[in-house]
Design a protein around this ligand. Structure first.
Ligand code: HSE
Length: 438
């Protein structure tokens, strides 16, 4: 007869907003969690930087500043890492796995910079590595990619994965606010950090895009591979231009498989990028308001799928961590393992210039004969096909809006550079990529 298994003991690294919420849920939902896992889940210890802070609802006897000793303790079965950053988080997780512990982490920066090392350690040590909370908070997204869709062929992942920037762009769209006013409001309401760089410059979204691309395409992608543009340059004119196109500006994380010219399976590589772009109001992502996140996945057999919900915050993030905890604990009870990551595809990440996109370009031009032809000539010179042109007279000047067909990004940006140099162009008032229409 199989011996009865005792409680499973959890070491927690970090006790901030998310960590303390995890402890609260483990305590308050203990009976349900025990029933779902088959054995109780107990907190064995909590590694913190300082012992002298009062932590409501946390037994001080559980606290330690020696994280390294905690993760290798014999009475610890699994480790939850919520300290973030690269070090010491990476070393601690590697030590834990080497000591046979399974690991649950919310660490997007580390997974995006060095996921390969963690995946390899999990494979070699026979440990589980779960990280649902690393991308889009509470939204079940990584488990569907790692498990439900692992038999399918994902073509594209298109997502709003940063709540702060979505809140700011939504305010700009709804109230006509400028970027700085919308940012100040987001900070006052606690949506944006005092130093908003990671969010508004797109670093946070780029890390998430790297993780999504690794899982979607089974290929190594790091944050450094991701083309990144933030939203600090988005103007009220860009947002008004989108409005006239019945579109909306969103910061998008886009992971795309680029097919080979002969259509061979596997393709030429992948394109992974983050930038503000116009999407039509009819697209499901256009209706994502406030600080919510949503991710649209297109797979060969499954077709289009949409995942929506809260992308940040203590409770939503703790929900994702608890889900992982129960999954790992069930595996331990059953003597089995969860999915292992194998980034076997080794697809090249293509440079942004080779990515096929569409542009919206708004120009203030002199209103006289030959101007439209001169502008069209620059697009033709770079083999960029124009889809639509709209012109509105403004006295001696005119406003010209050009929307292109799909073309390599290098050709589109070279066209815009040439337009900036033309005498007849008073100003290139707005340039924005157009996504979500094929
Ligand atoms: N700062 C992020 C956001 C949440 O605004 O969505 C953490 O990734």
């Amino acid at each position: 007869m199989k011996p009865e298994r005792g409680p499973l003991r959890v070491a927690l690294l970090g006790c901030g907003v998310v960590g303390s919420e995890v402890v609260r849920l483990l305590r308050e939902q203990a009976a349900d969690l025990t029933a779902r896992v088959g054995v109780p889940l107990e907190v064995a210890g909590i590694a913190v930087r300082r012992l002298d802070r009062v932590r409501e609802g946390i037994d001080p006897a559980l606290l330690t500043t020696d994280a390294q000793a905690l993760v290798t303790r014999d009475d610890v079965d699994l480790v939850v890492e919520v300290i973030g950053g690269i070090e010491p988080a990476r070393s601690l997780m590697l030590e834990a796995m080497k000591a046979g512990k399974s690991v649950i982490t919310a660490n997007k920066a580390l997974l995006a910079e060095d996921g390969e090392t963690l995946f390899a350690a999990a494979r070699e040590c026979g440990a589980d590595l779960y990280y649902e909370a690393a991308v889009a908070g509470a939204i079940p997204l990584l488990r569907p990619l790692r498990e439900s869709l692992v038999g399918d062929h994902v073509h594209r992942v298109l997502g709003i994965v940063n709540g702060t920037t979505n809140y700011i762009l939504d305010q700009m769209d709804t109230h006509g606010a400028g970027f700085n006013d919308a940012l100040e409001e987001a900070q006052a309401l606690g949506f944006a950090e005092a130093d908003p760089t990671a969010d508004v410059e797109g670093f946070d979204a780029a890390a998430k895009a790297a993780i999504l691309a690794q899982l979607a395409f089974h290929t190594p992608v790091t944050a450094a591979d991701v083309h990144r543009e933030g939203i600090t340059e988005v103007t009220a004119a860009d947002v008004a231009g989108a409005e006239e196109m019945d579109s909306v500006v969103k910061l998008l994380a886009i992971c795309e498989r680029v097919p080979a010219e002969d259509g061979r399976n596997g393709g030429r590589g992948v394109s992974v990028r983050v930038y503000p772009a116009m999407i039509p109001r009819s697209h499901p992502l256009a209706s994502v308001r406030g600080a919510y996140n949503a991710v649209f996945v297109e797979a060969e057999s499954a077709g289009p799928l949409m995942f929506y919900g809260a992308g940040a915050g203590g409770a939503p993030t703790a929900s994702a961590i608890l889900g992982d905890l129960v999954a790992v604990a069930r595996n331990l009870v059953a003597g089995s393992r969860g999915p292992v990551e194998v980034t076997y595809a080794k697809l090249p990440v293509l440079p942004m210039g080779e990515t096929i996109t569409r542009y919206y370009v708004q120009l203030d031009v002199a209103d006289r004969s030959g101007v439209l032809a001169a502008v069209a000539e620059e697009f033709a010179r770079h083999e960029v096909s124009i889809q639509a042109v709209r012109q509105e007279g403004l006295g001696d000047d005119a406003q010209l809006v050009v929307v292109t067909h799909r073309a390599p990004d290098a050709a589109l940006s070279a066209t815009v550079e040439r337009l900036r140099k033309l005498d007849i162009v008073r100003e290139v008032a707005s340039v924005m990529r157009v996504e979500g229409e094929d």
